[in-house]
Write a new protein. Sequence first.
Lengths: 272, 272
Amino acid sequence: MRVSYLGPKGSFTQIALTKYFGDDLVQVSQKTIGDVFRSVELNDSDYGIVPIENSFEGSVNNTHDLLIGSDIQVYDEIQIRINQCLLTKTNDISKIEMIYSHPQSFGQCQKWLRNNLPNAQLIPVLSNSEGAERITSDNEACIGSKTLANLYSLNLLNENIEDSKENTTRFVILSHTQQDKSDNSKISLIITPPNSDASGSLYKLLKPFATEDINLLRIESRPLRGQLWRYVFFIDCEGHIDDKNIQNAMNTLDDLDINVKILGCYPSYKSS
Amino acid sequence: MRVSYLGPKGSFTQIALTKYFGDDLVQVSQKTIGDVFRSVELNDSDYGIVPIENSFEGSVNNTHDLLIGSDIQVYDEIQIRINQCLLTKTNDISKIEMIYSHPQSFGQCQKWLRNNLPNAQLIPVLSNSEGAERITSDNEACIGSKTLANLYSLNLLNENIEDSKENTTRFVILSHTQQDKSDNSKISLIITPPNSDASGSLYKLLKPFATEDINLLRIESRPLRGQLWRYVFFIDCEGHIDDKNIQNAMNTLDDLDINVKILGCYPSYKSS
C-alpha cells in the first residue's frame, strides 16, 4: 500500500500518517497539498493525507479549494496535538539571532518568541523541515516538530513553545473509496447556493438540516473562484448518507436548486 | 490627521489608503496588522487601515482575530482590484532564476508562474516590498504592485499576472468613532454562540435575522482561541443598528444567551 502525504519528512502530516496507518506501508512525501491530491487522482497512491483545519489558525484554504474541484473523496479524518519545539545546534539560547519557520508556526508561537527571543530575526520558509535543513551555525534556530531533531541532528532546546495548549490539527485521508457505515458517522458536504447574495440564502440552505434535526458540526465559507463575493459552504454534520433524515434534507436542497456535493461519510473522530 | 496602514511603503493597503483618504494627511507605515490596531487603540493614529478579505484567497485571519479582542470599531470599508506585476532589473525574462514574494501573492499568480517561469525558485518573504528591496541582480525578480517599480527603481516586466481577473481585496478603516447613518447602511457583527457544538446552534443564531427579513451579506467562522473546535461567527448584514428589525433581532439573540458584539455600521460599498 502507498500513501502520499504533505512532506517533507518529519512534517506533522507524516506524524499523523504514521499514527493512522502504522509503519507497514510505503510513505510518499509530496511537495504540496495539490501534489497529494494528484497522486491519489492518478492512482499513484492508494490514499493521501493532508491537513484541513487547525484549532488555532483555522482552515487550511488550499485543501478546501482543492476539494471543490476534485472527485476525490474524504475517506476518514484524524487529529493530532501540535507540539512545537525550538531546534538548534547550540545549547545557549542567547546565541540565537535568526529563526527559520513556516509563517503558520511563527503564528502559533508568537507569545513565546516575544518573551524569550524578542530580538531574533524571523525568517519565513516554505516548511519547517526546510528551516531545519538550513541550520549550520550556533546563531540559527528553527521551529518544528520533535521528529526534526533526529532527522537533522539538532538539539531540542525548548519543547512545547506553542501559545495554545489546545493546538490541534485535523487531517483528512483522501481516497477513491468510501468506508462501510459506522455507528457514529459524520458527513462532509460542499453546498453551493444559486446566489449567495440573495436574501437569507444561508439561512435557507441550513433550514432543511434544522427541520430534519441534523446536528451541524462545522460550517466554513470559501470564495467561489471567478465570482466576486460569492461563496461555497463546507458543512460537516452528524449522520450517514443512507439515513432517512439526511436523504430528506438532500432532497429539499435539491428542490431549492441548491447544489450539494458529498465529500464523504466516516466515523466522527473521538480524540483519545 | 494621521492614518496607520499595513506597510511597508508601496503595499496594496497604502494604495487603498490613498484611494480612500487622498494625499492630504500623514501616512504611518506599520510592520504588522497588530501594530495598526495598537496605533489606533493608543490614539497614536486617528484611523487605521488593514486588509480583511480577498476575493480569491478568502479571509485575512489575523484581522478577524484582532477584531475579536479589540474595542476598535470598523468605521468604513473600501475595496481595490489587485493587479500583480513581475518586477525586475533585467528586460530578459529568461535570465530570471529566483522570485521573491509574499506567499499569498505566489498563490494569486500560480498559473502564470507555471506557464512562464516553471523553473524559477520561489522564495517567500514577509512582504512584496521586502522582495523588491532584495533585488540586486538580473537573475532576481519579485511580484507586487505597480507602485513598487518607482519606489525601488525596477522594471515592470509583466503586468496583470494574477490568475483571477476578479482578484479584489476589501480593507476596513479602523477608528474609535462611528459614521453618521447612511441610506444603504450595513452592519458588521461578531456572534459567539454559548456552545457551537450544540444541535443546530448556527441555525438558531441565524433564525432571528431570517424572521426579521434581514439580508445576510457574509458569514465567516474563526476558531475561538483556547477552546477546541468552538467557533465565533463574523456576520455582515444589511441595515443600521437604529433600525427596528435589527433591534428586534439583537434582542432575540440576547434572550437566547447568544453574545453579539457590534463592530460597526457603515455604507455598503458599491464597487466603481
